[in-house]
Design a protein around this ligand. Structure first.
Ligand SMILES: Nc1ncnc2c1ncn2[C@@H]1O[C@H](COP(=O)(O)OP(=O)(O)O)[C@@H](O)[C@H]1O
Ligand SMILES: [Mg+2]
Length: 273
């Protein structure tokens, strides 16, 4: 692969990409709630919506009508919400606009979103990747080498197959797989509070085929979708839910043994769904 582009590197500690291969498994949900969980633990966090084809971050952060502005020096000012600095192509186009990118333009947009944004010093930049195994991770990795990627999957053979393709692509690009997250693993019955498996494959460890640790199993919780639609991340809106606890565990799993010395504050929660 091509060497990262020269120039002054932005003051960003670690870029962590959230990938899956498959769409609709919860990448954007995980990216946003992970970013907020890291910020709640005291880190300085940016959220880069690198899904140039279907940016979900404006809606999920409550910033759907917001627009990016340039500073006097011509640099892009990230928007701020939920303790995060946020950039998305959705802040530049209308919600229903078609997004068609030629390779060179896509590459430049990703490069500018890393280098021409006033991110300020960040401990983490969480990047929400598009589905598929395309140009975006490559462009991002060339703009600023990724610390690694988090693979999101659901307990279904189709999602696992797409995750395997995403893992192969990451390996090809020399991007370490930091861990796996299984989303929608179980649902909790609102009547008897028993655990209901939603998909057939829940017994398997989704990280095992890639040699990546399983950092968390997120339950299906209708409040996650409601929070996504209303622009208020679950980890903040329902901090006591078991799903929020899992998001914090994922954040802890990612930062444990951090070479930068950054340590998240211990979190105690009442585990109520
Ligand atoms: N654990 C969950 N429980 C309930 N709804 C979820 C859960 N995870 C994701 N969703 C919902 O599923 C939809 C797809 O999730 P999203 O994060 O946009 O997926 P992706 O980015 O992979 O396409 C969204 O409406 C989201 O709110
Ligand atoms: Mg998404």
């Amino acid at each position: 692969m091509t060497a990262p582009q020269a120039g002054r590197a932005p003051a960003i500690g670690k870029v962590i990409a959230v990938a899956s291969g498959k769409g609709g498994v919860g990448k954007s949900t995980v990216a946003l709630n992970l970013a907020v969980a890291l910020a709640q633990a005291g880190a300085r966090v940016g959220l880069l919506d690198a899904d140039l084809y279907g940016p979900s971050v404006p809606l999920m952060t409550g910033l759907r009508d917001a627009r990016l502005r340039a500073s006097a020096g011509g640099r892009i000012q990230p928007l701020t919400a939920h303790g995060l600095r946020i950039v998305s192509v959705g802040f530049m186009v209308g919600e229903g606009d078609a997004l068609i990118w030629r390779g060179a333009v896509l590459h430049k947009v990703i490069h500018d979103f890393v280098h021409d944004v006033d991110w300020g010093p960040l401990d983490f930049l969480v990047a929400d990747l598009p589905p598929g195994t395309g140009d975006v991770p490559l462009s991002l990795h060339q703009a600023l080498p990724l610390h690694g990627a988090l693979l999101v999957t659901t307990p279904q053979a189709v999602a696992r197959a797409d995750a395997a393709r995403a893992a192969a692509m990451l390996r090809e690009l020399d991007i370490p797989i930091l861990g796996c997250v299984e989303n929608m693993s179980i649902a909790v019955c609102p009547h008897c509070e028993g655990e209901v498996p939603l998909f057939p494959d829940t017994a398997r460890d989704p990280g095992e085929p890639f040699g990546a640790p399983l950092l968390g199993r997120i339950p299906f919780d209708p409040r996650i979708a409601a929070c996504g639609d209303s622009g208020s991340p679950l980890v903040a809106a329902h901090a006591d839910s078991s799903a929020a606890t899992v998001f914090r565990e994922i954040a802890r799993g990612l930062t444990q043994g951090d070479a930068t010395g950054y340590q998240p504050r211990p979190v105690t929660t009442k585990e109520v769904m």
